[in-house]
Design a protein around this ligand. Structure first.
Ligand code: TPP
Ligand code: MG
Length: 327
């Protein structure tokens, strides 16, 4: 079924806004205004396609640190992202107790994760079990990098979801590096999706630069999972255009030529070209949208810069059950 132009426009807008937020984060880091950034540049198509396949606020998400575009599509505002980068009060994941990009947003059922990679997959399996016990028609999307599928927790979570036929979609974002380590140095199979056959669930590899393909595939799997058909594993392939994080110097393990070559597969540019080809947008429309996105980012930076830091006396509170102030 051909998707509506409106839907394509909405998805492009989320990709664009996330990209401009992400780029500004790098600038803020270089200006010494923030301590750390971990980037989702190159991952936007996979994340936006997946987010749009969910019923926002109904389904559940346990994301990972590269999921800015996923979170923006679910409803994280530019201001909230900037508050987290600057460690200001009111940041919705943890009231700025957590590292930036350890996304959580209670109003859309997105659960903040721990820094050890793959723990979010275990949380997803647990939420999936709760959904099954309560007989709800919901799905959990959990995301992860390909390198982190080598972690024990990931196998345990996928195994558990497969044994109990839980409504969980395990989305692997294969950006071809785990910091400096390429996939062939840490998995003997060609694709993380191949791991599915040993765990007893369907697995497939998809083009993670094609927002529409991702949307269509995850939509179908999500609907099947909501209707009791069990979990699925999807590996979306893309390229990590930036260094791993603002603490990484990627010149030590990959050539500039390789990075330049892979910029041809930049999902934002591919989607833009497609929208122009299909007559959905003109170059001028896209320029206007870009101005709008940049202005929103500038406004968000200003708001976050003017926002207060959390009060010192609130630092240790609340760790468990009470409300996070201002969240
Ligand atoms: C259990 C654990 N080991 C190591 C790390 C340090 N670490 C953080 S991100 C990362 C690489 C993860 O690579 P991948 O899963 O491919 O995700 P990507 O960052 O490429 O999106 C590592 C080793 C960690 N956070 N947790
Ligand atoms: Mg990776």
């Amino acid at each position: 079924m051909e998707l509506s132009s409106e839907l394509k426009k909405e998805m492009y807008w989320m990709m664009l806004l996330s990209r401009r937020l992400d780029e500004r984060a790098w600038v803020l880091h270089r200006q010494g205004k923030i301590a750390f950034h971990i980037s989702g540049i190159g991952h936007e198509a996979a994340q936006v396609g997946a987010a749009f396949a969910l019923k926002r606020g109904h389904d559940w998400v346990t994301p990972y640190y590269r999921d800015l575009a996923l979170m923006v599509s679910l409803g994280l505002t530019p201001e909230e992202f900037m508050l987290s980068l600057m460690g200001k009060a009111g940041e919705p994941s943890s009231g700025s107790r957590q590292m930036p990009s350890h996304f959580g947003l209670r109003r859309v059922n997105a659960v903040s994760h721990s820094a050890p990679v793959a723990t979010q997959a275990v949380h997803a399996a647990g939420i999936g079990l709760a959904i099954k016990i309560k007989k709800e028609k919901k799905v959990v999307l959990t995301t992860i990098g390909e390198g982190s599928t080598s972690q024990g927790e990931w196998y345990e979570a996928v195994n558990w979801a497969a044994v109990h036929q839980l409504p969980v979609i395990f989305l692997v974002q294969n950006n071809q590096y785990a910091i400096s380590v390429p996939p062939e140095m840490q998995m003997a199979v060609k694709s993380a999706a191949d791991k599915a056959c040993g765990l007893g669930l369907p697995g497939q590899m998809i083009d993670g630069t094609d927002v529409i393909a991702v949307y269509e595939i995850i939509s179908e799997l999500a609907e099947a999972a909501r209707n009791g058909k069990g979990p699925a594993l999807v590996e979306a392939k893309m390229y990590r255009i930036t260094p791993h994080s603002s603490d990484d110097d990627d010149r030590t393990y990959r050539s500039r030529e390789e990075v330049e070559e892979n910029k041809k597969f930049d999902p934002l540019l591919l989607t833009k070209a497609r929208l122009i080809d299909e007559g959905i947008y003109t170059e001028k429309d896209l320029e206007d949208l870009d101005k709008k996105a940049k202005q929103m980012v500038t406004d968000a930076v200003k708001t976050a810069e003017e926002a207060p830091y959390p009060a010192a006396e609130e630092a240790a509170y609340p760790v468990y059950a009470e409300e996070v102030p201002n969240a």
